[in-house]
Design a protein around this ligand. Structure first.
Ligand SMILES: *Cc1c(COP(=O)(O)O)cnc(C)c1O
Length: 399
């Protein structure tokens, strides 16, 4: 006899399928790149990966991972504070701090872990965390966890709404610490957080600012140093979190970059540090090689910007209305979820892989296909993708 839990789960899974929200993975059989081999599909152009700089199959990055496997073996077999911190972790953290412009950095198994660690470890019951409404799920969960663990207060401000944030900061003047958290680049819109104004407000209200730069590291600023560099504000943000799983090689891992005391305190007290293994040395080494490659090749970032501008402008010329912006995230809003899924399916039929997003990932009525450009795309890749957009757009009566 099936147990009640099994029965409930099976029922819900069937409902997911009926609702059209059941996710089936696409199996890739090649490295992540501008074109990939997708099982059952052959070669497709990818406009959906976070491989913004094309570093996931960069020869130097692969070689560094292989060499690390030989030198340090498969893994740490310990949490960091016992005997699981290797010299390559120290080198990686120095490079992360140098890249984003903070005194120190601390790596985590993922940026999810990093975001989960920060508020709950640094805050207490006299404090408050104030979070942008559209922040990443890992920040939302990190805030919930902080509230549950520390009994700190929490508040959410309307997306990028400085007046609303100021009201929430003013209402929290009696709190010991006010921590404001925002994404640097919001992944569903490609919008950049209004960092100069956020910094001014945080200074005025003596608040600490934390920016999650997962979609900005390697992407924004002439050197790919992130949102702060984009605005000429390197060194001004109190706490930056970011991922090693996107532009920086795309393997896995994340980091917190901040003051030496903040990173040391997290080393002492953050539970994902204390009770979970560090990054495998292979991943630490390939991530380090990615940062070194980026530092030596800022022209990759320039190219990413040029390619993104090209794709956005050509889409507009074809008659689409992509959201305006300056990042390689280029969403085309289609309205109903079914329209986004249909467009995505038809594009895949033309050999172009672009994900459609619907409610509840994005607001009702704002379903979209979200294109993400990589510096590794050639003009031919982009032109072929644009031809597919043109064909499918006409087929669907969108243009
Ligand atoms: C992708 C992403 C994360 C999670 O990064 P992982 O290292 O894969 O856990 C966190 N925050 C933002 C804003 C992201 O886009």
């Amino acid at each position: 006899m099936r147990k009640p839990l099994e029965r409930r789960l099976e029922g819900e899974l069937e409902q997911f399928i009926r609702d059209g929200v059941y996710k089936r993975p696409n199996f890739l059989d090649s490295p992540q790149g501008p074109r990939v081999r997708m099982e059952g599909r052959g070669e497709v152009i990818i406009l959906s990966s976070n491989n913004y700089l094309g570093l996931s199959d960069q020869p130097e990055v692969i070689a560094a991972g292989k060499a690390a496997l030989d030198r340090w073996g498969a893994g740490t077999a310990s949490v960091r504070f016992i005997c699981g911190t290797f010299t390559v972790h120290r080198s990686l953290e120095a490079a992360c701090a140098r890249l984003v412009g903070t005194p120190a950095a601390l790596s985590f198994g993922s940026c999810w872990n990093a975001n989960e660690a920060v508020p709950g470890t640094l805050l207490g019951e006299d404090d408050i965390v104030i979070s942008d409404q559209l922040n990443h799920a890992s920040i939302i969960d990190g805030v919930r966890l902080a509230k549950a663990i520390t009994k700190c207060q929490t508040a959410v401000y309307k997306h990028a709404d400085l007046a609303d944030l100021e009201r929430k900061l003013a209402a929290a003047h009696d709190r010991r610490v006010r921590l404001v958290i925002t994404d640097g680049v919001f992944s569903m819109e490609g919008a950049i957080a209004p960092l100069p104004d956020l910094l001014d407000l945080c200074r005025k209200h003596q608040a600490v600012l934390m920016v999650d730069d997962s979609h900005a590291t390697g992407v924004l600023g002439a050197g790919g140093r992130g949102t702060a560099e984009h605005f000429g504000l390197v060194g001004e943000v109190d706490i930056i979190t970011s991922t090693l799983g996107k532009a920086l090689g795309g393997a896995a891992g994340g980091f917190v970059a901040a003051s030496a005391a903040t990173c040391d305190y997290l080393t002492q007290r953050a539970r994902p540090q204390l009770f979970s293994n560090a990054l495998p040395p292979t991943v630490a080494a390939s991530s380090l090689a990615s940062i070194e490659y980026l530092e030596a090749h800022p022209e990759r970032v320039t190219r990413l910007g040029e390619q993104s501008r090209y794709f956005r402008e050509r889409l507009r010329e074809l008659g689409f209305s992509p959201l305006p912006g300056e990042t390689p995230i280029i969403p085309v809003i289609l309205g109903e979820t079914s329209a986004a899924i249909r467009m995505s399916d038809l594009l895949l039929g033309e050999g172009v892989f672009v994900t459609g997003f619907g409610y509840p990932v994005v607001p009702q009525g704002q379903a979209r296909v979200r294109c993400q450009i990589s510096a590794a795309h050639t003009r031919e890749d982009l032109d072929q993708a644009l031809a597919a957009f043109s064909k499918v757009g006409r087929q669907l009566g969108l243009i």
